[in-house]
Design a protein around this ligand. Structure first.
Ligand code: TIU
Length: 439
């Protein structure tokens, strides 16, 4: 049984046809066939005529789901479709049916033939393995399956039973094929399944929609279908979760999107997850890159910041006694040292890797704040022209025609554009929100 962390014995999430209620201790995440052969160019999926962009887009949401389930202590099961090198486990119907189609010009290679990533769908080949982003941990179950479904001719049933699993969260590719077949097989064996919409993808958008509709049609023909975000929220400790089987979709908004410390602190106290805040901010930040691409000198990746948020949540698990800056996102101008990271002062010839973080950085981190990256400044902070930086000219949040200058040019915009709450610097912790930036 999984040692689920900080979750109630039963969790409900918004789903179709009605809220999906699952016991975390008895629930596993299935990650179906996220293999290079189905996702990367030159693999079996491309020969099938698959829309690779669609399946590639499911990697990031599947990673978020996988990380959230790992953090929550759920059991994780990965599957891979493929065959023994001898192909002894590949029925001839599967091997040759498509290539035998009259006038075939599409299936010029079949399972076992050599492709760009090794022999197609053959165990041990590079293409058969799971994409880098979703590589299984040593503790996780990996099921090699010769069929589309995960239950045919595999040990998955025994593995799930041995772990006391009754409920499955299902992700992976392709929605119309192995994902659906697995849910149907699991349903027949008594597992309660919930497919996660953003964490699955089909080779054809209409197939994905139809496949998901079929799962939950008629008040739950094969199971449930749920969006990703409410599940992520429910899996992060401290979130509002419910125990009722038929609780209608609820989760009243706990946060209005405001980034001032007071609003965030109140929302965190009421159960808002820093993970949700980080994701919201990264969506905003990526959008703002188009408005002003000169704000950042070095931004941490979304995944790295989610990881920082998880660390903060682990360090401060009790929502009733949070430190003053719990989950408060911040930037620093690039004259502030962050250990292990280059300080450029917007003047690359002077750049050095800091061996110690500045005191202001250390102090806000100790209080639970979350670092997002380093932002632009006027080179050497010599004046307010706003144009002395090889990283671009930062604009006022109010006007394209005005610059934001001085040593706070980028950090002011990062606060003024609501990308972070604060931008500490040495001597004092200056809380600029919601003050407009200088220009
Ligand atoms: N659509 C398709 O060809 N998929 C597969 O063969 N396998 C999986 O869906 N994993």
């Amino acid at each position: 049984m999984a040692p689920t962390k900080g979750l109630p014995s039963s969790v409900s999430i918004e789903a179709k046809p009605y809220p999906f209620t699952f016991p975390p201790k008895h629930t596993a995440l299935l990650v179906i066939d996220m293999q290079r052969d189905f996702i990367s160019p030159g693999g079996f999926g491309e020969i099938q005529g698959g829309n690779l962009e669609a399946v590639q887009a499911s990697v990031a949401p599947t990673k978020m789901l996988l990380e959230a389930c790992r953090n929550a202590g759920l059991q994780i099961v990965h599957t891979r479709e493929g065959h023994e090198p001898s192909l002894a486990d590949c029925p001839s119907s599967k091997l040759v049916r498509q290539a035998a189609a009259p006038g075939n010009t599409q299936h010029m290679k079949v399972i076992g033939d050599r492709g760009e990533m090794g022999r197609l769908l053959v165990r041990g080949e590079y293409g058969h393995d799971i994409v880098d982003e979703l590589q299984p941990l040593a503790s996780e179950v990996v099921i090699d399956k010769p069929g589309k479904g995960s239950f045919w001719n595999t040990s998955i049933m025994h593995k799930l039973k041995a772990r006391g699993i009754t409920h499955l969260l299902v992700s992976g590719v392709t929605t119309e094929c192995c994902f659906s077949t697995t849910i149907r097989e699991a349903n027949d064996r008594g597992f309660e399944c919930c497919g996660i919409t953003q964490s699955t993808a089909g080779y054809n958008a209409s197939f994905k929609t139809a496949s998901l509709d079929m799962i939950c049609w008629s008040q739950g023909l094969f199971g449930f279908v749920a969006p990703l975000q409410p599940l992520l929220d429910a899996l992060s400790p401290g979130q509002n979760v419910t125990n009722g089987v038929t609780t209608p979709p609820q989760t009243p908004p706990t946060w209005d999107g405001r980034l001032d410390i007071g609003s965030l602190a109140k929302a965190y106290k009421n159960g808002l997850s820093p993970l949700g805040v980080v994701n919201t901010l990264y969506d905003r930040i990526e959008k703002y890159d188009k408005t002003d691409p000169a704000v950042w000198i070095r931004r941490e990746s979304r995944e790295a910041v989610l990881q920082s948020a998880r660390r903060v949540m682990e360090a401060f698990p009790d929502r009733r006694s949070l430190p003053p800056l719990f989950g408060i996102p911040f930037t620093v101008k690039d004259s502030i040292d962050v250990q292990g990271i280059e300080t450029t002062t917007a003047c690359p010839p002077l750049a050095f890797v800091a061996t110690k973080s500045a005191r202001c950085y250390q102090k806000v981190i100790e209080q639970g704040a979350i670092y997002l990256g380093k932002v632009n400044l006027d080179q050497l902070a010599t004046g307010l022209s706003g144009c002395r930086s090889p990283y671009g000219v930062t604009h006022s949040v109010f006007s394209d025609e005005h610059i934001s200058g001085g040593s706070s040019s980028g950090s002011c915009v990062s606060v003024g554009a609501d990308l972070v709450s604060i931008r500490p610097f040495n001597r004092a912790l200056v809380l600029t929100h919601p003050r407009p930036p200088f220009h």
